[in-house]
Design a protein around this ligand. Structure first.
Ligand code: ADP
Length: 612
């Protein structure tokens, strides 16, 4: 017990260390899982971004490439050449119609020709009274200048006439290597942006100045990625590229540039304001990837939302934590179960050993008891014999003394010749000798150990014999004996043993009355349904209530050491039961005890039954 108490703080400390270690391991594993999954998810995101960038680039190239033959074709048309060479109304009308037809067939936004001063001579939208390009001057537009200078040009801008954004492709018109004008096609890029917006992704295209002009999200358009230098603003005002829009900054903030095997140059984390329902925008972090389109001088930027990456990583961390805790719980359960099983096993083994020990002890005790009992029974018999021989000696002494006296007087009478008196004396001596031989015969019968015979025993005679053994004592102690046993009372049993029972009971009665005023023995036998009920009733001290149930136990005695062995009643009980009878004790209403022997009648049909 003291051992367990002294171990308790130690066990608590070990538990605390275990819990702390578990917490540290869980935290480390969570962190590792988070980083691992985050890196994987980010790599997947980057890969996807690269693919999307490629797709967006080709969608732009397709949209533009479909039309780049048109200005070249227009520049070869001889009616156009004629018009530019010598402008006249009929020629213009013809070219106008021609351009209108071609534009409709190609599906471009507008197709027109300007002279070498930048004045539009004919246009596909000539019939539109408001938006017709005819008569407008475009010499300030970069696509015009590029065509004049290099033979061809391209340019994105908002139309100064229509106010609609578009991509312009220009081609110089030569006649005999002399520049006479420029053919231009305007392409509407709104449809591809509508496709982008429908895709739900975030993509934007910037020009060489970093101004967003194409985007999946309309609110990002015509905004500068980063604040514009003065010179750029001035030049834009001059070319009216984005017409009159103020080009406010987008509000993009650069995060750290990403590195790693999958990360291309320029891949970085950025944050953008998101305009929600509230007045103040919230910032949102994206992974930004770029791809340049060198032929246009543009850059496509693709933004990936990082929230799913974070959520996935957090989920993995949670799962890891749960897994570890589950494992720990399972481990603890298993450990506890093993502990319980071990304890149960130990308890069972201990119990089994104890049972074995007890059984062995009981067996030994039982054997010892039996041996002791056998010895004591024999001792009891010997003691009874001893008492009996003392009684006999007492009994024989009197007739012996009498015989001695008679012999002396007879000798005198014979000398005197008193023959008649001598005969009388001799008769007396003969009587005395007879009585003595009777006593010794008794003793012989009592000591015999032979098997119980079953015979018809006259109760009165057995009682007389028992009394005759105790006569000296009863006489000495002045015990009155009242006997009322009918002569026809015959029971089934063994005469000698029944006498032994009577002797025991009578002696006990005499003992019980030793210190009493009134010493009376009442001996009766009454016939009843079961046979004969023999009662030995005394006026002694009676049986104490506490002893009622122990009386018949072997070795139960209230007598002083050396006085009684406590075997008398137990032996008597066994004998009576052997005869098929019962022995019980009760107290008389007027004091004293009464021992009741119930025995079967000798005449009862059970007579044939042998000894038990
Ligand atoms: P023992 O006579 O050697 O003590 P018994 O078995 O004959 O052994 O008797 C057991 C006990 O029963 C006696 O010690 C006594 O206390 C009680 N007992 C027996 N007979 C009587 C009686 N007639 N009156 C009172 N007590 C008795």
């Amino acid at each position: 017990m003291a051992d367990t108490v002294s171990h308790r703080p130690l066990r608590h400390r070990r538990l605390a260390i275990l819990v702390a270690a578990l917490a540290v391991v869980t935290a480390l594993a969570c962190w590792g899982a988070y980083r691992w999954v985050e890196a994987g998810a980010r790599a997947a995101l980057t890969l996807n971004g690269d693919q999307r960038l490629g797709l967006y680039a080709s969608s732009i190239r397709n949209a533009v490439g479909r039309y780049d033959y048109l200005p070249f074709l227009v520049a070869r048309d001889h009616e156009v050449l004629d018009l530019l060479e010598a402008p006249s109304s009929p020629r213009r009308d013809a070219v106008n119609r021609r351009l209108e037809t071609a534009n409709a067939a190609a599906g471009s936004a507008a197709l027109y020709v300007v002279d070498r001063a930048g004045l539009a001579l004919a246009s596909s939208n000539w019939a539109d009274p408001v938006q017709s390009f005819v008569g407008q001057t475009y010499d300030f537009r970069p696509y015009f200048r590029q065509a004049v200078e290099t033979g061809s040009g391209h340019y994105f801008g908002i139309g100064v006439t229509t106010g609609l954004p578009g991509f312009f492709l220009s081609h110089a018109v030569y006649l005999a290597e002399r520049l006479i004008g420029v053919a231009v096609v305007k392409i509407d890029l709104e449809p591809i942006q509508r496709d982008w917006a429908a895709g739900g992704e975030r993509v934007l295209v910037t020009d060489e100045n970093g101004i967003v002009f194409l985007s999946s999200h309309a609110e990002w358009k015509y905004r500068a990625l980063r604040p514009l230098p003065e010179a750029v603003t001035a030049r834009l005002a001059q070319t009216r590229q984005y017409d009159r829009s103020g080009l406010p900054p987008l509000g993009l903030r650069d995060g750290p540039e990403m590195d790693g095997p999958e990360m291309e140059n320029g891949t970085r984390l950025v944050s953008l304001p998101v305009y929600g329902p509230g007045p103040a925008p919230t910032r949102h972090t994206y992974l930004m990837q770029e791809l340049t389109l060198p032929e246009f001088g543009w850059t496509i930027r693709f933004l990936s939302d990082l929230e799913p990456v974070k959520a996935e990583a957090a989920g993995a961390a949670m799962l890891t934590a749960m897994g570890i805790l589950l494992l720990a719980a399972a481990g603890a359960l298993g450990w506890q179960r093993r502990q319980t099983l071990r304890l149960q096993h130990e308890a069972r083994v201990t119990l089994e050993r104890r049972v074995e020990e007890r059984t062995a002890e009981l067996l030994t005790a039982n054997r010892v008891l039996r041996e002791a009992q056998e010895e004591l029974v024999q001792a009891g018999k010997l003691a009874a014999l001893g008492q009996m021989s003392a009684a006999l000696a007492h009994e024989i002494n009197q007739p012996l003394a009498a015989i001695r006296t008679f012999v002396a007087s007879t000798r005198l009478l014979a000398e005197w010749g008193e023959t008649a008196m001598v005969r009388d004396n001799l008769a007396m001596i003969g009587d005395l000798a007879e009585r003595m031989s009777m006593l010794s015969g008794h003793l012989k019968e009592f000591a015999r150990k032979g098997p119980a015979r079953v015979e018809a025993v006259p109760v009165a005679r057995a009682m007389d014999r028992a009394l005759s053994l105790l006569v000296p004592r009863l006489r000495e102690e002045e015990v009155r004996v009242e006997q009322a046993i009918p002569p026809d009372a015959r029971v089934r049993g063994d005469a000698v043993r029944l006498e032994q029972v009577f002797v025991n009971l009578l002696r006990n009665a005499a003992d019980a009355m030793a210190g009493c005023e009134d010493r009376r023995l009442t001996l009766t036998a009454i016939r009843n349904a079961e046979g004969w009920e023999i009662r030995i009733r005394d006026t002694g001290i009676g049986i104490a209530e506490a002893h009622q149930f122990q009386l018949f136990d072997p070795f139960f005695t209230t007598k002083e050491v050396g006085q009684g062995l406590g075997l008398g009643l137990s032996l008597s009980y066994g004998i009576v039961r052997d005869f098929g009878g019962m022995l019980r004790a009760e107290n008389n209403a007027d004091g004293g005890a009464c021992f009741v022997i119930q025995l079967p009648d000798a005449q009862s049909p059970d007579t044939e039954r042998g000894p038990r």
